[in-house]
Design a protein around this ligand. Structure first.
Ligand code: BGC
Length: 445
C-alpha cells in the first residue's frame, strides 16, 4: 500500500471555482457588458462567448468528473435571473437547474454564489450598493434564488469578495463604475454589501431552514517592504481594511480609526455566516511614502519572488502558499467551518502552478492537523476564462482553452490535481519534486 505523507480526511471537498460572467458567455445585461463595450479591457477582447457554459457547461462538467472532483462552485447571474426590475426569467432558472443537476449527477456538491462582481444594468443605474435600497433589492433576489433552486442546492455564498469589489470599483478604477481614490464611497459600498448579505442570510434561512449561507472574502498578506514605521503602518492599514473588514462586521466590531468614522455600522451582520470562504492567492509588498507609485497604492511585487504571468500593466502578485494559513488563522475566530474557495495563479506555461497547488494544499493540511475546521479546497479554475480587466490575457485554467476551436487541453497541473484527489493526499515524490519554487527567470508577459 502506498503511504501518503500529506493525507486529507475522506469527506474533504475537492473542487474548482467558477463564476457566471467569466464562464457562461453571452452575458449582455449586466454592468460588465457596458464596461467591456466602453473599451475598458486592457488586452482588448471582451468576454464574448467566454467558456460557452450557457450553451454547453456539460462539456466542462465532464472534465470535472475526469479530475474526480466532488465539489463545484458556480455563480448565478443576477442579470439573467432578473433582467428587468422584478421581472424573472423562467428560462434562466431552468438552465441553472439543469447545470446544477448535471453536476450533481457527476457526483459534485454544488455551491452557488449569488453575486460574483456582476449585477443587472438596472441595479447599477440606481447606484449599485451605494443605493440605500440595495439590501432590500438583493434580499428580494436571494429569496427568489432560494425558491428557484433550494430543492437542489443547500450551500450558498451571498457575495464573492465584497472587499475586492469595493476596492477595485471605487479606489483603483479597475472595475465598473471605475471610480478612483474614493475611500468614503468604497467603505459605503462595502457596508452596503454587508447589509445586503445580512438581509439575504435572514430571508434565505426563512425560505430554506437547512441552508448553509456564507460569504467569500479575498485575503492578501501585506508585507512591509522595509523595516520602518511608515511601511509597517500602511501594511497594517491595508490588512485591517481589506482582510478584516468582513470579520469586523460579522463580529459587530468597528473598523479601526479613522475608517470607523467613514464606514456605516451594521449590527444586523453579527454572527451571520454559516461558513467562511477564503480566496487566497497572494502576498503584496507595501512601500510608503507612495511617491511615484501613488496610483498603485504603494503596492508592488519584487521581480525575483515567485509569481505567475504578468498582467498587461502590472504584476498579478507574489504566489504565496502561506497566505492559506494566514487567512485560516485570522478567520478561525468566527468558529465556523472554512473552505479555501479560490486558490490559483495565472500561468499559461504551467511553470509555477504545480508548486503553488502542492504547497497551498500542504499549508491547508497543516492547519487541519492543528485542529482548524477547514473542509475543502476549490482551485481557481478549471479552464482558462475571462479574467475581468485583464480579459483573456491571464490564464488560470488547469485546462488550456483554445478560443478559436473551443478545444480544452490539460496542463500538467490537471493531472497532478487528479492524482492528489485519487490518492486523497500528496505523494512523497511529489512533495520532493515541488519543494522549491521554480526559477523566476522567464515569467510570460
Ligand atoms: C476572483 C475571480 C478571479 C480570480 C483571479 C478572484 O479574486 O474571485 O473572479 O478570476 O481572483 O484573479
Amino acid at each position: 500500500m502506498r503511504v501518503i505523507p500529506v493525507s486529507f480526511p475522506n469527506n474533504f471537498l475537492w473542487g474548482v471555482s467558477t463564476s457566471s460572467h467569466q464562464f457562461e458567455g453571452g452575458n449582455t445585461l449586466n454592468q460588465w457588458h457596458d464596461w467591456e463595450r466602453a473599451g475598458r479591457i486592457r488586452s482588448g477582447a471582451p468576454s464574448g462567448d467566454a467558456c460557452d457554459w450557457w450553451r454547453n457547461a456539460e462539456r466542462d462538467l465532464d472534465l470535472c468528473s475526469q479530475l474526480g472532483l466532488n465539489a463545484l462552485r458556480i455563480s448565478q447571474e443576477w442579470s439573467r435571473m432578473e433582467p428587468a426590475f422584478n421581472h424573472w426569467s423562467e428560462e434562466a432558472i431552468l438552465r441553472y437547474r439543469q447545470i446544477i443537476a448535471e453536476a450533481q449527477r457527476r457526483g459534485m456538491r454544488v455551491f452557488v454564489s449569488l453575486h460574483h462582481f456582476t449585477h443587472p444594468r438596472w441595479f447599477e443605474a440606481r447606484g449599485g450598493f451605494l443605493d440605500a435600497q440595495a439590501p432590500q433589492l438583493f434580499r428580494h433576489y436571494a429569496k427568489r434564488a432560494v425558491r428557484a433552486l433550494g430543492d437542489l442546492v443547500g450551500d450558498w455564498v451571498t457575495f464573492n469578495e465584497p472587499n475586492v469589489y469595493a476596492a477595485f470599483g471605487y479606489l483603483f478604477g479597475e472595475f465598473p463604475p471605475g471610480r478612483m481614490n474614493e475611500l468614503n464611497s468604497a467603505l459605503s459600498v462595502f457596508a452596503g454589501m454587508m447589509r445586503a448579505h445580512a438581509a439575504a442570510y435572514d430571508v434565505m434561512h426563512r425560505e430554506q431552514p437547512s441552508a448553509s449561507v456564507g460569504l467569500a472574502v479575498n485575503y492578501v498578506v501585506f508585507e512591509p517592504a522595509r523595516d520602518n514605521v511608515l511601511d509597517r503602518q500602511l501594511a497594517s492599514a491595508y490588512d485591517s481594511l481589506f482582510n478584516r473588514g468582513a470579520l469586523n462586521y460579522l463580529q459587530g466590531e468597528p473598523l479601526p480609526l479613522p475608517f470607523a468614522m467613514m464606514a456605516p455600522s451594521a449590527p444586523q451582520c453579527i454572527g451571520k455566516s454559516d461558513f467562511i470562504g477564503l480566496n487566497v492567492y497572494n502576498r503584496l509588498h507595501v512601500r510608503a511614502p507612495w511617491g511615484e507609485n501613488f496610483s498603485k497604492g504603494g503596492l508592488h511585487v519584487p521581480g525575483h519572488l515567485p509569481q505567475g504571468d504578468h498582467g498587461v500593466a502590472a504584476p498579478y502578485g507574489e504566489a504565496y502558499p502561506q497566505v492559506v494559513s494566514a487567512a485560516i488563522r485570522t478567520y478561525a475566530v468566527l468558529n465556523r467551518p472554512m473552505y479555501v474557495m479560490e486558490n490559483g495563479v495565472p500561468d499559461s506555461a504551467d511553470r509555477i502552478r504545480p508548486w503553488l497547488l502542492v504547497n497551498s494544499l500542504k499549508e491547508l493540511r497543516r492547519m487541519w492537523q492543528q485542529g482548524y475546521d477547514v473542509r475543502g479546497y476549490f482551485h481557481w479554475s478549471l479552464v482558462d476564462n475571462f479574467e475581468w480587466s485583464e480579459g483573456w490575457h491571464l490564464c488560470f485554467g488547469l485546462f488550456e482553452l483554445d478560443r478559436m476551436t473551443g478545444e480544452r487541453r490539460p496542463r500538467h497541473s490537471a493531472e497532478l490535481y487528479r492524482q492528489i484527489i485519487a490518492d486523497g493526499g500528496i505523494r512523497r515524490e511529489t512533495l520532493e519534486l515541488w519543494k522549491n519554487a521554480p526559477e523566476m527567470s522567464a515569467p510570460a508577459t
